[in-house]
Design a protein around this ligand. Structure first.
Ligand SMILES: *Cc1c(COP(=O)(O)O)cnc(C)c1O
Length: 433
């Protein structure tokens, strides 16, 4: 029965988010419904921006890793809050540009960018392209030459740090499809080659060591390894790096045992390491980028479902089926992600039993919460699953031809649809017969 501190329980015993009664939201917009708290998102964005100002003299920028939740409204908010964004596909780039996002504050990622995506990125004038693999830099250089521009890039490397998180979301160690490894000489070799391209400017290196990390230590190690490597690049190649992108991966609270640290702690933890070592090596202190995705939107999102069929299998477990499932939240089936929930319409009732919250898809692994401690639940109760703001809508599918739920943004007692509910006509719109 997790409830975030920024939420309230009102005098009717209903869960309230952004000043809106969630049972009223469910009645107005239907369920399943993603509810996003605008004030919380802005607060999360400001925490990063302020920490760079406070601990790093403002010599850096927070980039919202928009794959966590990519929609035009998010790009608009990020721009208003003075953040840049990172995009990982032509589709995310298109969404950002359509939202009016300033291209020079967009960073373009991806371990297998297509020729068309690279061309689109360069033509639209994105600020940085993060080069991640053989074959890409040649394309960037030749397209840039044709267009008569010099493209600013950063090179993604693997610092060799294991961030002690789930294997599927850990990306900093050598056995991973992203980036060039530092430890086996691959990164040095690539950079030696990369300096030869005329229409490409190497601004710095990028790394991203994993996700849902609660520890400062992996980031400190990474910062140290990166600055050491910057010193080697200067010595061996005469290459001066003016920027450093340390990626994202900052953990949030999904369940009660999770212990997120204040986000400003990350920049505080790395800033002295970077500054002191740069001084010792005689390097310029690099402009720094942080790329949080999950920690900007994750805890700001809640999914409302209506409980339906309840199946009590004696001495086994009690299944509570909700009106959504892996189509709107595939994270349990993908990597056993944990969530917690509260009954939105009876938020003050004491929990008394463990149930399994499962979806309505034809897949027995269609689970949202394996073991959820709730009051005795009835069909028709509104189940509010916490911390679904990141990697839920953005990973949603139409499995079983279930239309994707809408997203409603709440703030100061007002609610506004920012993504409409899909219709059955949306479902068949690309079908041809
Ligand atoms: C996914 C990703 C991020 C964001 O990770 P979070 O865990 O959501 O903070 C940042 N940078 C890169 C390159 C990523 O792939």
């Amino acid at each position: 029965m997790l409830k975030h501190d920024y939420m309230k329980i009102n005098s009717d015993g209903h869960l309230e988010i952004g000043g809106c009664d969630t049972t009223e939201l469910a009645a107005t917009y239907g369920t399943p419904l993603y509810v996003m708290d605008e004030a919380r998102i802005r607060e999360n964005m400001r925490a990063y921006k302020n920490s760079i100002d406070k601990y790093y003299s403002g010599h850096g920028r927070c980039l919202y890793a928009s794959k966590a939740f990519s929609t035009m409204y998010m790009y608009k908010m990020a721009q208003e809050e003075g953040l840049g964004v990172d995009v990982v596909s032509g589709g995310e780039l298109y969404t950002a540009l359509k939202a009016g996002f300033d291209a020079k504050n967009i960073v373009f990622h991806g371990n297998n960018k297509s020729y068309d995506e690279i061309e689109m990125a360069i033509k639209s004038g994105v600020g940085r392209i993060i080069v991640d693999g053989e074959g890409e830099i040649e394309k960037i250089d030749s397209i840039s030459k044709e267009l008569g521009v010099v493209t600013n890039i950063m090179v993604r490397v693997k610092p060799g740090v294991d961030a002690h998180t789930h294997d599927f979301i850990s990306t900093g160690h050598i056995d991973c499809k992203f980036g060039f490894a530092i430890e086996n000489g691959e990164a040095m070799e690539f950079l030696r080659y990369a300096v030869g391209f005329e229409n490409v400017k190497i601004c710095g290196l990028h790394c991203h060591i994993g996700s849902q990390i609660f520890l400062f230590e992996p980031f400190k190690c990474t910062a140290q390894i990166m600055v050491d490597f910057y010193a080697r690049l200067k010595d061996e190649l005469g290459l001066l790096m003016t920027e450093l992108n340390l990626g994202g991966g900052f953990g949030i609270k999904y369940v009660d045992g999770d212990t997120p640290v204040p986000y400003e702690g990350f920049i505080e933890a790395v800033s002295d390491i970077i500054k002191d070592n740069c001084k010792a090596y005689g390097l310029e202190v690099p402009f720094i980028y942080m790329e949080p995705g999950r920690s900007i939107v994750g805890d700001a999102g809640t999914t409302l479902y209506t409980a339906g069929t309840i199946r009590d299998i004696k001495n086994v477990r009690k299944y509570v089926s909700i009106d959504g499932g892996i189509g709107d939240n595939p994270r349990y089936i993908l990597y056993g992600a944990e969530y917690d929930a509260i009954l939105a319409n009876r938020a003050n009732d004491a929990p008394e039993e463990y149930v399994t919250i499962c979806g309505k898809c034809c897949e027995s692994g269609d689970t949202i919460i394996e073991k959820c401690y709730l009051p005795k639940i009835n069909s028709g109760d509104i189940v509010a699953v916490m911390s679904t703001g990141a990697y839920n809508y953005s990973m949603a599918s139409n499995y079983n031809r279930i239309p994707r739920p809408p997203v409603v943004m709440v703030k100061d007692g007002e609610s506004k649809i920012i993504i409409k509910r899909e219709t059955y006509d949306d479902i068949i719109k690309n079908d041809v017969m």
